[in-house]
Ligand binder design. Structure first.
Ligand code: SAJ
Length: 426
């Protein structure tokens, strides 16, 4: 089939590239002219393992082309952002705009698949919008006879940093507006997915995606709450978790400076918004994870105030290890808050950038490499568990005052004075 992927971001571009590798002719569509030009040169605008080689390959073989215009195809995959507004209500503007743009080129036999994380009922709303735009076509769920087009929801569930591997390897839930729609979408995913493809209806598939990320958020909240409790009690949370996880049915996740990224910190709100009275646990977990950032800021602030002469290195700005993605990053918020208070003695180490973000423009804060930080700084604040930081041996950290919010250096001796001894246990 000819495939059109709408939205060439972290999900759309890798999907377009993998579908093209499977031998389909793919047109990728994006509103950004710059993104389109970059891809048509065989280059990429995001950092993701092995994606550059793959895109270069499929573009040079003519299998993938990018454009700002949607044109007729057999399968449309919509992978645009679904942010939330200031009241945590889902903002479906981009999804509906994509539907509005696809509708005019639809023809009988086409399949439209929504992949964007969406609140329950969105796929049906998308169907309604397209049905209104195209009264000449029969849409699924609205007619008793065979519809002209198929519409399905199939959420991505790939992990940034492992996108290509997981796009092909992970199982997929494929939710059709009708079972026939699900079968049509299934035939498409079978072209490039090696994992199991399980069919269901669109509402169940929408909820499944939200539930996966809410599950993760709730479990990280448990770990983060434990870290605050352990700090209060003067315990080493990493040791407690390591010991508890030896139980065959216990698997506590890893505390950190908070939950970042554009998925886990966002998707639980879509469930809360859909059932406000029935979601005390999910809502509280969000609150715990958000407040962990402020706990870390307060602890770091106390440490810096207790050592007024010390040079400080903040290690990492990304929202998690080994990626260049800074969206909703707790590390970035911690570092910029500390910068507002202690700009003259803070430096940042972030191997995934060559220039500090805008908030540092009028500050004396510098971006330094890890060797310079180890030479120059007495205080190290670990905010991201990049492999580069994890690999620093104890011999190079001896004598440093360390606040390790990610638990990457379990062998670090506790600092001598009371305030930092408690800190190193956080
Ligand atoms: N984090 C912790 N402790 C942990 C695990 C994660 O503090 O034990 C933090 C990370 O540092 C990061 C945030 O949580 O700030 C989220 O990181 P993540 O690696 O758990 O997840 P994401 O946001 O990169 O990707 C998630 C994945 N969902 C699940 O694992 C259920 C991925 O499979 C989804 O496709 C993705 O969201 C998405 O797009 O929805």
């Amino acid at each position: 089939p000819e495939v059109c992927v709408v939205g060439l971001g972290y999900i759309g571009l890798p999907t377009a590239a993998i579908v093209a590798r499977a031998g389909c002719r793919v047109r990728g569509v994006d509103v950004s002219r710059e993104v389109v030009e970059t891809i048509n040169r065989g280059e990429i605008h995001i950092e993701e393992a092995d994606l550059d080689g793959l895109v270069h390959n499929v573009v040079s073989r003519g299998l993938l082309t990018a454009s700002t215009r949607i044109e007729p195809a057999d399968v449309f995959v919509i992978a645009v952002p679904t942010p939330f507004d200031k009241n945590h209500a889902p903002d479906l503007t981009y999804v509906m705009e994509a539907g509005r743009a696809v509708a005019p080129v639809l023809k009988p036999g086409d399949t439209v698949i929504l992949e964007s994380t969406s609140p329950v009922g969105t796929t049906e709303q998308l169907r309604d919008l397209m049905a209104e735009a195209r009264p000449d076509l029969r849409f699924p769920g609205l007619v008793s006879d065979t519809p002209d087009v198929s519409i399905a929801y199939c959420p991505e569930r790939v992990l940034p940093g492992r996108i290509l591997e997981e796009l092909a390897g992970n199982d997929r839930s494929i939710g059709g507006i009708t079972p026939r729609c699900a079968r049509r979408a299934l035939a498409f995913y079978k072209l490039f997915v090696k994992g199991a493809c399980v069919t269901t209806d669109s509402r169940a598939a929408e909820m499944t995606k939200l539930v996966e990320n809410a599950y993760r958020d709730v479990n990280i909240a448990f770990a983060n709450e434990l870290s605050i409790i352990a700090d209060r009690m003067g315990l080493d949370v990493w040791e407690v978790i390591r010991l508890a996880n030896r139980h065959p049915r216990v698997n506590i996740l890893t505390p950190g400076p908070g939950v970042g990224g554009h998925c886990i910190a966002v998707d639980p709100w879509f469930i809360v918004h859909g059932a406000p009275e029935e979601t005390p646990l999910i809502r509280t977990a969000r609150g715990v994870n958000d407040s962990k950032i402020h706990h870390v800021i307060a602890r770091a602030d106390a440490l810096l105030a207790a050592h007024p002469e010390a040079q400080v290195a903040c290690l990492g700005l990304a929202f998690k290890a080994n990626i260049d993605d800074f969206r909703e990053s707790p590390a970035r918020l911690v570092a910029s808050t500390l910068t507002r208070r202690y700009a003259d003695r803070i430096s940042i180490v972030e191997p995934f950038i060559s220039e500090l973000p805008v908030e540092y423009r009028d500050t004396p804060v510098g971006l330094i490499d890890i060797d310079t930080a180890l030479e120059r700084c007495e205080i190290l604040i670990v905010l991201v568990d990049h492999d580069l930081f994890r690999s620093i041996p104890l011999t190079e950290r001896l004598g440093k005052i360390v606040y390790d919010t990610r638990g990457i250096w379990p062998d670090q001796p506790k600092a001598v004075d009371a305030s930092s001894a408690r800190l190193s246990a956080v």
